[in-house]
Structures are given as structure tokens and as C-alpha cells.
Design a protein around this ligand. Structure first.
Ligand SMILES: O=P(O)(O)O[C@H]1O[C@H](CO)[C@@H](O)[C@H]1O
Ligand SMILES: O=c1cc[nH]c(=O)[nH]1
Length: 239
């Protein structure tokens, strides 16, 4: 069995899946957190792996950058491979000085200026929400791990454009829509999951602060987001 973008046999992908944007973050997660790992995809170098975490099957796969890319993989995983829940584990840029590098956010909604929903489902909405129970599970898992006070609930901006012509318009987006950070995929993931009656949530680690110019390195974006990854894995095996 193969879809245009994923070459996995039926049953090779677990029903619970972690989805970073960066395929090398997916490889890092598989190599450092999972046992009995089997690769299931390398088409276009969008690496996918299935293994076990605390004895439970879990898969991890990159989404690539942006909603068009994530939209392809999430749709094929949910509709062709029986994936039931996806937690995105991404990086984000902070729009406010109240956030610092390595802070971990749980998205409670994603706002976008994109037309993704209009053409994916025919419903032209601009705000999408994670699955309620999965988000609640993230918090109860964090509580059990003793890290709940390090999580911040946040509305995020899912942007189609990384290099915007008006590099300061994030201040308007923060003021007008209440988005405290920017990334590029959560809206599409939430909208696809809701449309297909599947589950999705999104954890983000702050990698840039737009107000101060502080930023982590590319290597840190690949390998240093371990608190978020551990919380996502613990949540998936509890769900
Ligand atoms: O680090 P990831 O998960 O890729 O997330 C963020 O980083 C990329 C931009 O550098 C976009 O994909 C954005 O959403
Ligand atoms: O989309 C993103 C992700 C991280 N940092 C940003 O500034 N934007």
C-alpha cells in the first residue's frame, strides 16, 4: 500500500502519532525516545518511524513546513492509515515579551489569514480548535509529571508566510486576534482533524522572540525540545 507521499504497509503506522515540522526532529525523537523502531517513510525525506514508548506503539513523522505540506500528510495519515490522533510538536516565534526561549505552549486555538479551510472542507473559517479531550489529557499528563505550571495555554497564529513584507504586523495580529506566537501548521492540523472527526493537539516550544531578536540555533530546534516531546509521548500513551 502506498499513497502519493507515504510508502507504508497497512498496520505499519500506529494510531497515535507525533508530528514535528522538521523530519530530522522526527528522527531525533525516534532515536532518543522510542524502542523497537522501524522506519516507514522516506519519500521526499519526510521521515516516518514507528516504535514503542513504554510498551505502547507510537509513530512519529515530519510534516514539512506550512499548511499545504502538513495538509497532505495529515490527510493521508487520517484517511488511509487509520491514524486517530496527532500531536504536533513544533517551534514558534513569540509575539510578546511575556514569553521566553524554550517556553512550552499548548495551543487552545489557531487563527490564520489563510484560505486553507475554504478549499479543504468548503467552510471558510479562520479559527480552528484542538480536540478538547486530547488537550485536557495534555494537562492532566503534565500535572501527573509535575510540569503543569510550565505549560502556557495560547492562541497561536498559523501563518502562510515566514518572511512577511511588513515585519512588524505581528503587533497588529497580537492586538487584534490575541495570538501570542506564530507557527505555520496548527490551524490546518486542527481543521483537518475536526473535518474528519479525528483528534489533534499542538505543543510548541518558543524558538524565537520577535520583540528581542533572541533565537535558538537550528540544531537546538532539531534536538533541544525534549520537555515538549516527553509530554506529548506521555500523553499519547495515556490516550
Ligand atoms: O519547527 P517546526 O515544527 O517546523 O515549526 C515552525 O518552524 C518552521 C519555520 O521555521 C515552520 O514549520 C513553523 O511552524
Ligand atoms: O513560524 C515560525 C516558527 C518559529 N519562529 C518564527 O518566527 N516563525
Amino acid at each position: 500500500m502506498s499513497t502519493p507521499h507515504i510508502a507504508a504497509e497497512p498496520g505499519a503506522i500506529a494510531t497515535s502519532l507525533l508530528m514535528p515540522g522538521d523530519p530530522l526532529r522526527a528522527k531525533f525523537i525516534a532515536e532518543h525516545f522510542l524502542c523497537d523502531v522501524t522506519p516507514f517513510n522516506k519519500i521526499r525525506n519526510i521521515l516516518g518511524f514507528t516504535g514503542t514508548y513504554k510498551g505502547r506503539p507510537v509513530s512519529v513523522m515530519g510534516s514539512g513546513m506550512g499548511m499545504p505540506s502538513l495538509g497532505i500528510y495529515a490527510h493521508e495519515l487520517y484517511t488511509q492509515y487509520n491514524v486517530e490522533r496527532i500531536i504536533r510538536v513544533g517551534s514558534c516565534g513569540a509575539y510578546t515579551r511575556a514569553l521566553s526561549l524554550f517556553d512550552v505552549l499548548v495551543a487552545n486555538s489557531a487563527w490564520t489569514e489563510s484560505t486553507f479551510a475554504r478549499f479543504y472542507s468548503g467552510h471558510d473559517c479562520k479559527i480552528a480548535y484542538p480536540h478538547h479531550d486530547l488537550n485536557m489529557q495534555l494537562f492532566s499528563t503534565a500535572r501527573a509529571m509535575g510540569v503543569e505550571d510550565r505549560l502556557q495555554l495560547a492562541r497561536v497564529h498559523s501563518s502562510d508566510v515566514f518572511y512577511r513584507h511588513d515585519a512588524e504586523d505581528y503587533r497588529d495580529i497580537y492586538r487584534d486576534y490575541g495570538c501570542v506566537a506564530v507557527e505555520m501548521e496548527a490551524f490546518a492540523l486542527f481543521h483537518i482533524a475536526q473535518t474528519l472527526q479525528k483528534q489533534a493537539a499542538c505543543l510548541l516550544t518558543v524558538s524565537d522572540c520577535l520583540e528581542t531578536g533572541a533565537a535558538v540555533t537550528s540544531k537546538q530546534r532539531e534536538q533541544a525540545f525534549t520537555s515538549m516531546i516527553e509530554l506529548a509521548l506521555e500523553t499519547l500513551v495515556e490516550s
